[in-house]
Write a protein that binds this ligand. Structure first.
Ligand code: RIB
Ligand code: CA
Length: 312
């Protein structure tokens, strides 16, 4: 069976970094390119961090593009309080040697979807949806060519993390999320409801460190840093590994469960801006537009992740 073609759209971010490493370690996936977007930290850092991670994975050949440096209509909100000032605090990794790919990330998304057979490229947004929405606005012809969008974002039972009612990726660019969720593309949502069930406990982080390779040690150092915020805020046993759930879903969808429901985005209320209004209980007549995941086999997820990281 040929590898599934994907574009990773990302705002590294330690959890984005682990998601990228898992993808690059997995033969089931062919990463056609990586597009950076402003989110956890400004674009200048997310595009640099994406290249740092590719070199850590031994993939200096990977095409990494800079995409949008701001949301469609709002000032950028970043999350240095979670990810540190570099966005990749924890390990001491060298600055990238590999160059940034020429051209804008949005144009790479458009060109890739136009040149590959329709229905053969999956978009994997791990940050705000600014690049995806801009590509759809600039080139409406590509919308029907997307195989699937598998994104990390939103919440229902977990409600919110950056505000009481909104998850960070959606909150940063709600207008972009609204465009994507109304696009008609086949969407699978990996919300906080799932990612808060995959916590990097100390035993799980010890397993990363025990891999003993530069990748294993760096991932352990990333999660050591990344977890301090969530442990203090939630009193949880470890950091939720948000973005690697997207990659894991592509490789082992059987580890996850969810429902096909209607999901709409709040784009006007100051109180609930960026909320994913997920009709989990089917109480409206709004047409289903997304597979919204709700459950995960956490032990299975970490077994997959640890096995694959050891391959790099
Ligand atoms: O809310 C969690 C999401 O926001 C993750 O993708 C994290 O990397 C940040 O982008
Ligand atoms: Ca992210």
């Amino acid at each position: 069976m040929s590898a599934r073609k994907i574009i990773i759209d990302t705002d590294p971010g330690q959890d984005d970094a682990v998601a990228i490493l898992l993808a690059l370690a997995s033969p089931e996936l062919e990463v056609l390119g990586i597009t950076a977007v402003a989110g956890n930290v400004p674009l200048a850092l997310t595009q640099k961090n994406a290249r740092i991670i590719c070199e850590l994975a031994g993939r200096p050949d990977m095409a990494v593009y800079a995409g949008c440096d701001a949301p469609l209509k709002r000032p950028l909100v970043t999350a240095e309080h979670v990810h540190g000032k570099t966005g990749l605090d924890g390990p001491d990794l060298p600055d990238p040697v590999m160059a940034l790919a020429d051209g804008h990330g949005v144009d790479f998304i458009i060109e890739t979807l136009r040149t590959h057979d329709a229905g053969t490229v999956t978009l994997c947004p791990l940050g705000p949806l600014s690049n995806i929405a801009t590509a759809f606005q600039k080139a409406p012809d590509i919308v029907n060519r997307v195989q699937e969008i598998v994104l990390m974002g939103g919440a229902y039972f977990a409600v919110g993390n950056i505000t009481p009612t909104a998850e960070f990726n959606i909150y940063v660019d709600p207008e972009a999320a609204d465009i994507v969720f109304k696009s008609g593309v086949n969407i699978t949502v990996v919300p906080l409801d799932v990612t808060h069930k995959v916590l990097v406990t100390s035993a799980r982080n010890d397993a990363f460190r025990a891999i003993g390779t530069p990748v294993g040690i760096a991932v352990a150092q990333m999660t050591d840093f990344f977890e301090r915020f969530d442990k203090e805020k939630y009193g949880s046993l470890g950091a939720p590994l948000h973005d690697p759930c997207v990659t894991a879903y592509l490789i082992r969808p059987d580890l996850f469960g969810g429902r096909h429901i209607n999901v709409e985005i709040e784009t006007s209320s100051p109180l609930t801006l960026g909320m994913t209004v997920a009709d989990w209980w089917g109480v409206t007549d709004r047409a289903p537009n997304a597979t919204f995941l709700g459950d995960v086999d956490a032990d299975g997820f970490f077994a997959l992740l640890t096995d694959r990281l050891a391959r790099l």
